[in-house]
Design a protein around this ligand. Structure first.
Ligand SMILES: C[S@@+](CC[C@H](N)C(=O)[O-])C[C@H]1O[C@@H](n2cnc3c(N)ncnc32)[C@H](O)[C@@H]1O
Length: 397
């Protein structure tokens, strides 16, 4: 029998059909999962998988560079992906601004000496008078919220009140740094947003020569399918001409793909191999490995979720790797004590952070869902590092 149910999501009313059978199945799964978790918390399970020791250390993907004396202001800082990449590339952090208070805690617990403004009162970039920074900042970086352009969202662009490009531009045009670097989702390159990009980014930042390019996280050693677009602008023609769009340092070859191996060995023989998820996390060899599907952004889909699933297609990909993408745990001990179905490996937040290119010594504040939100919203730090490194070279005489 079909029963119509109404659900309200983002205040738009949608309807879907669900059979009693399906509903009972969902209830059964949810009950089983609750009971398994309870048993794990009470220590009733033997640890199903041993605690993994990752092979990938993301710090190796971004060796710490000497201080370069380039001062940087961070807007929309989130959990610090861009901030960390620029920090590892030697920039001098001046201040970070971020609306969500828990992100401020993350930044401060990792870099207690940094100046971080967080929350509605002090972190909202739309309320800041940027005149105070004139003459003190060489570079502004930021990832203005991307939901207005994300394929996971409704792509309302300029009509979306969360579009914050205007605020990014206001900071740049007031402070007039030597350069800026802005990151966003690939959706912004959709022809649908061509006019938006011209009118609200390139035209508004007309004091800068701007280069726009795409970056793939796995080209820099991060074991994930994650593509982003960068806009990098320079005040002088000289720096603009000197800037080189980062080129791949790594390459991922699927296990057992001999044709691919051959092609890569001919063309990319200098590239370092990007690890697959299982290898990066130090899991045993099951004869199959892959890049992780894009880790979901904290602002798409269900709120307060402890899943990293971005799409139903991702489910299969995680499944093929024998990794469970739901019910991520706060640490590896908890994950190992909470067996997942089919003997799959259950992730901890440290594992998810690593798949996003965060080293273990960068820790996140908040509950699991808040941590996953910060990770899913971030720029993979090794990607930010490559941009930061090349911008620094362009700014240095
Ligand atoms: C895409 S995330 C940035 C992620 C960050 N660049 C990183 O690499 O980790 C966008 C961030 O902008 C923040 N944000 C949104 N509106 C804001 C505002 N008015 N002022 C300050 N931050 C804001 C969001 O809370 C979110 O953390």
């Amino acid at each position: 029998m079909f029963v119509k149910q109404s659900v309200y999501k983002n205040s738009a009313r949608k309807e879907y059909d669900i059979t009693d059978e399906k509903r009972n199945e969902y209830r059964r799964i949810s009950k089983e999962s609750r009971l398994a978790k309870l048993a794990a918390e009470q220590g009733l399970h033997e640890a199903l998988h041993s605690i993994n020791i990752p092979l990938l250390n993301p710090n190796d993907l971004m060796p710490q560079l000497d201080k370069n004396n380039i001062s940087v202001l961070s807007l929309f800082s989130g959990g610090g992906g861009l901030d960390l990449g620029f920090d590892r590339a030697g920039y001098i952090h001046k201040a970070s601004y971020e609306l969500i208070p828990i992100c401020k805690e993350t930044l401060q617990q990792n870099r207690p000496h940094w100046t971080v403004f967080g929350g509605q009162d002090e972190g909202d970039v739309s309320k800041i008078n940027w005149e105070q920074y004139k003459g003190q900042i060489d570079l502004i970086h930021g990832g203005p919220p991307c939901q207005p352009f994300s394929i996971a969202g409704e792509q309302k662009g300029i009509d979306d009140e969360r579009n914050m490009w205007g605020e990014f531009n206001r900071a740049v045009n007031t402070i007039k740094p030597k350069a800026f670097a802005a990151e966003n989702v690939l959706g912004l390159l959709n022809p649908k947003f061509e006019n938006f990009v011209q009118k609200y980014i390139l035209d508004e930042l007309s004091g800068y020569k701007i280069v726009k390019f795409e970056m793939h996280a796995s080209d820099y050693g991060v074991p994930q399918i994650r593509k982003r677009v960068f806009f990098v602008g320079f005040r002088t023609k000289k720096s603009f001409a000197k800037f080189k769009i980062p080129t791949a340092t790594h390459s991922y070859t699927p296990l057992g793909d001999s044709q691919q191996n051959l092609t890569l060995s001919i063309f990319d023989n200098e590239l370092i191999k990007t690890m697959g998820v299982r290898e990066a996390l130090g899991l045993n060899d099951i004869g199959f490995d892959n890049l992780a599907p894009t880790i979901r952004s904290g602002f798409t889909g269900k709120r307060n979720t402890t899943s990293v699933l971005n799409s139903s297609a991702g489910q299969k990909s995680w499944g093929d790797m024998g990794v469970w993408p739901n019910g991520v745990q706060m640490n590896r001990n908890k994950a190992s004590a909470f067996p997942a179905k089919h003997d799959h490996f259950r992730l901890s937040v440290q594992d998810v952070a690593l798949i996003q290119g965060f080293p273990e010594n960068w820790t996140f504040a908040g509950a699991v869902y808040q941590i996953l939100g910060q990770i899913g919203n971030s720029v993979a730090p090794p990607v930010a590092y490559q941009v930061a490194k090349n911008v620094a070279l362009a700014l240095t005489d």
